[in-house]
Design a protein around this ligand. Sequence first.
Ligand code: ADP
Ligand code: MG
Length: 735
Amino acid sequence: MATLSTPLGKVLGDKTAAALTETLGLATVGDLLYHFPRRYAERGEHTDLSALQVGDQVTVLAQVQRVNVRPMRQRRGNLLEVTVGDGQRTLTLTFFNQAWRQRQLTVGRWGLFAGKVTEFRGKRQLNGPDFQLLSDPGEAAEDNTEIEEFLGALIPVYPAAATMPSWTVARCVRVALDTLEPPPDPLPESLRADHELVGLAAALHDIHRPSSWQARAAARKRLTFDEAFALQLTLVQRKARAADWPAVQRPRRTDGVLAAFDARLPYQLTDGQLAVGEEVAEDLARPHPMHRLLQGEVGSGKTVCALRAMLQVVDSGGQAVLLAPTEVLAAQHHRGLAALLGDLARTGPAPADGELPLGDEAAGATGLALLTGSLPAAARRRVLADIAAGTAGIVVGTHALLYQGVEFADLGLIVVDEQHRFGVEQRDALRDKATQPPHVLVMTATPIPRTVAMTVFGDLSVSSLTELPRGRSPIATHVVPGNRERWMERTWARVREEVAAGHQAYVVCPRIGVDPTDEDADEGAPADDERRPPLGVAEVAPQLADGPLAGMRVGQLTGRLPADQKDAVMRAFAAGELDVLVATTVIEVGVDVPNATVMVVLDADRFGVSQLHQLRGRVGRGSAPGLCLLVSEAAPESPAHERLTAVASTVDGFRLAELDLEQRREGDVLGAAQSGRRSHLRLLSLLSDAKLIAEARDEAVRVIEADRELTEHPLLAETVAALVDEDRAEYLEKG
Ligand code: ADP
Ligand code: MG
């Protein structure tokens, strides 16, 4: 008898085992049994052959409809052409010089056919496919007995390799199942009963050899639960462990800079901001590090929440750092914080080299420093000295700051703004910056659907700002057909009207555009061979300036500009010295120019739903209403056009984030496991398994609360932790 850890060679023989290892990376019985079928074929079932993509390695179940042998036209030999169908479409199989196969491939026979899809004269075909015929019901079995057992049942189709057809995998799985000693079930009976889960042994059998769709569904549910549960155990445990680390307590003081700041805040905090403020204040006062995610729409006022947290830390004698994804945003944050703080901040200017420009702490104000890569060497030295001495209470920078030998006197809080890629590695880097782990607040404007929050960010506490501050103007969004001249004229006329009224405009393009010195001009949306190349800033800006927007001050902003130039352009736009800013998605995050009222997004179908939502958040930040025009040449009924219509029809970021998730291809989020690249999450889907994930989460919380030091739970695989970070990065990169 074999167990899940028995090497395949012991069960299948060395040759077959070596082939499985080589082609599919499977080494043990467990590896093989967790190599799940990609799908199941049913005789007579209408799998749509038209869905076959040229270039795909496929296995199809189909019936022979026509057989024909003809001599080759250009060379000697003959060609056997077999037309197979599944009831809807047909597929041609070709065999060179194998006319004898006519005797096997007789009309009416069903078989599994495997090969790479090619196209010839507009028809899909498989050249010299591998195949396995099924015998007709009632007919005596031939030599392929394993397949016979599938008669009338579901035939598993495995992710296969060219040299390892699906049916060979099926045969090996069957041998493995037959010799497997039923594995111990890591889930206790009571838990299985609670969630209506079948036993592990039954699940492993039925996922491969289901007697019905029902049996298969039960097997899938059980194995999917295992994945969700293992993931949640890891996340919840990680969260519990992090909560046990020691941290310096930074309780709120009533007589410090924060109190002075609150007293002179020019507006009232929203209820949401106050509630988040309390959550964060309590976290900071605890002797364990905060790990909190603050999510809120663009413009919901996250910055002031972060600033108040930073001031609380400053009041207790510590330092806080605010990390932005780009230098432009860091510089903008620095200006913004300086403006909010007024004389509560000392920002320099710096006196002679070597002296500490920010003065000492006693003055009832805090030092505010900006540290970016483009700082001149002398200024940089001074800032570093301020940070090391602790006179810089608040430091703003890009996250490169974490990796460049910056020493803090007493780092108490790290705020990460609009930063998605924030995994274990970054947190480890942060922890090294302080004698005790600092508190961490991550802010994002990308609305995160619940299951994603639970899975991808499952080890963070979450706060949400759900309302926008009062006085916010609504944004109207319209889809504009880009190939209709009259509509485009009207679009540019709207821009001219806004500018004439003293407002400003953004024009967003998917690409940077041509730079003779740079081949790699993509930014934001990827190019696509079948359509015309996406519009680029470098081309669009001069065309507008010489054409429909003649006479206006048109600037360009792309990621290709050096940091200081980017900053200069942003400043000029913020100061009203430019009327129109033609830009890539570099303006997506954080940019705040309340006077900008209109945004035209060109080739809007090249952007994701959430991305468009983020982009339009740049307008309507002031008291005048915002207008967003999504220009696209996508056909009215196309999915691309529907996405744009969806964006135009709602400003509910959470709804749009869910839509985004729905529209991602399987495999883009956690489903990437399906491709076989991942070793732990094969079945779990963030979208369709939302309920299961929530159940697994609750169970995991119960288990970990009962036993925090749980290390031996059979499903607790530390390796899953690494996956989480990979997935988080992947998820957010696309968002
Ligand atoms: P985001 O959440 O996108 O980072 P910001 O923090 O940049 O949003 O805030 C957007 C704008 O709203 C800023 O100009 C800020 O001064 C303003 N703001 C924030 N909170 C309030 C409030 N409670 N009342 C009025 N205006 C506010
Ligand atoms: Mg912001």
